[in-house]
Design a protein around this ligand. Structure first.
Ligand SMILES: Nc1ncnc2c1ncn2[C@@H]1O[C@H](COP(=O)(O)OP(=O)(O)O)[C@@H](O)[C@H]1O
Ligand SMILES: [Mg+2]
Length: 348
């Protein structure tokens, strides 16, 4: 009997349509069925974990995870189950550790050797490391600090010195005044550097805690460019232009950014460079197969030769939605089928 493609969801959450599913799930299920591939949605429930595991192990050719981390209460158990399914030969689209790795903010420090990220990009996993480096980073240039947990600009801070440093000083003193703008809503707060760093310790401690320290890219005012990816193909582009107000640097809808939908052909140079870098990206991120549905967000910068270049800001791959572009479900279905065929050839 032919095996199924399993879509995992959870009950509840604001991402569901009237039928209880995410609105982009059934279009994928139906697109697969139209192509003769059976598919089914299973709602993950930790109390039924064993039952679900055995069912998918037996009947699943592949799984696609469609669960927003914010809606998932038993994340550890869920990822453990997905890992075991991958070990049993069910194809993870993606493997849970790829999902965690690509979605984590420290992709930036892991990719700092590529031309996608400035090489003065740091990840702090301890308060000590943060204290040791950040005052030096800030002495070089305006910075953006990014927490790993959360999204939509919360705990993403643009940090700027109020007064320029005196010549020759390579470390900002802890009593220096700084201007901090949060990407959530572009609101501004003034702090002493030392106090702000103490405030930021909350982002480093606790599960998945870390802070990313990256140079501020002023051309963010020209927009953030989101590539919507199906494995190694860029299939759709969203251009997000921050609000026009002073200090505004956020590309989130809530902060007033304007969205525009483009074709990958409109961003040929960016797409070509990124695709060229993909083998290196995969190897630096742990050599997992590329995720099925994922995004990479870029900002414009100017290189030493005075030419445009594109800097990676973050990637997402836990549950990238495409409700506003449901026709993509057919391309997703084609991609799932190719992936199943490729795996069958490898194991044959
Ligand atoms: N290095 C940077 N320079 C300028 N703006 C940035 C930089 N990094 C992030 N931003 C802005 O902050 C926003 C939120 O940061 P991001 O890393 O995407 O976190 P989130 O997970 O909250 O979306 C981005 O959409 C972008 O507008
Ligand atoms: Mg973002």
């Amino acid at each position: 009997m032919d095996k199924k493609v399993i879509f995992f969801e959870v009950r509840g959450g604001t991402d569901k349509g009237p039928d209880g599913y995410r609105q982009d799930t059934m279009p994928m299920v139906n697109a697969l069925k139209q192509r003769g591939q059976d598919a089914e949605v299973i709602f993950f429930d930790v109390t039924k974990k064993e039952e679900i595991y055995h069912y998918v192990k037996e009947h699943g050719a592949a799984f696609v995870s469609r669960i927003n981390p914010g809606n998932l209460q038993h994340e550890e158990e869920y990822f453990d189950m997905l890992r075991e399914l991958c070990n049993e030969g069910v194809i993870g689209m993606p493997h849970p550790d790829a999902m965690i790795g690509y979605g984590s903010k420290d992709v930036l420090s892991k990719l700092s050797s590529t031309n996608l990220v400035p090489n003065d990009t740091f990840a702090y996993y301890t308060v000590e490391a943060f204290k040791a480096q950040f005052p030096t980073s800030l002495a070089i240039t305006e910075r953006v600090l990014k927490q790993n947990r959360g999204s939509t600009g919360e705990g993403i801070w643009r940090v700027k010195l109020v007064e320029p440093l005196a010549k020759g000083i390579t470390e900002v003193p802890l009593d220096a005044e700084i201007k901090c703008t949060e990407a959530k809503d572009n609101h501004v707060e003034y702090w002493k550097l030392g106090d702000f760093m103490t405030f930021c310790e909350q982002y480093i401690t606790g599960p998945n805690g870390m802070l990313i320290d990256m140079r501020f890219l002023p051309r963010i005012t020209e927009g953030e460019i989101r590539l919507f990816m199906l494995r190694d193909k860029a299939v759709h582009v969203v251009h997000k232009k921050p609000a026009d107000s002073e200090d505004a640097f956020s590309a989130t809808l809530f902060s007033g950014a304007q969205y525009r939908y483009d074709a990958p052909e409109d961003w040929e140079e960016l797409v070509q460079n990124f695709l060229t870098q993909l083998p290196l990206v995969t190897s630096l991120l742990g050599n997992y197969a590329l995720p099925l549905i994922w995004t990479a967000d870029f900002m414009l910068d100017t290189n030493e030769a005075g030419e445009d270049c594109y800097i990676l800001g973050e990637m997402n791959c836990s549950c990238v939605g495409f409700t506003s572009e449901l026709s993509l479900a057919h391309q997703v279905a084609e991609e799932i089928l190719s992936c199943i065929h490729e795996n069958a050839e490898v194991s044959a």
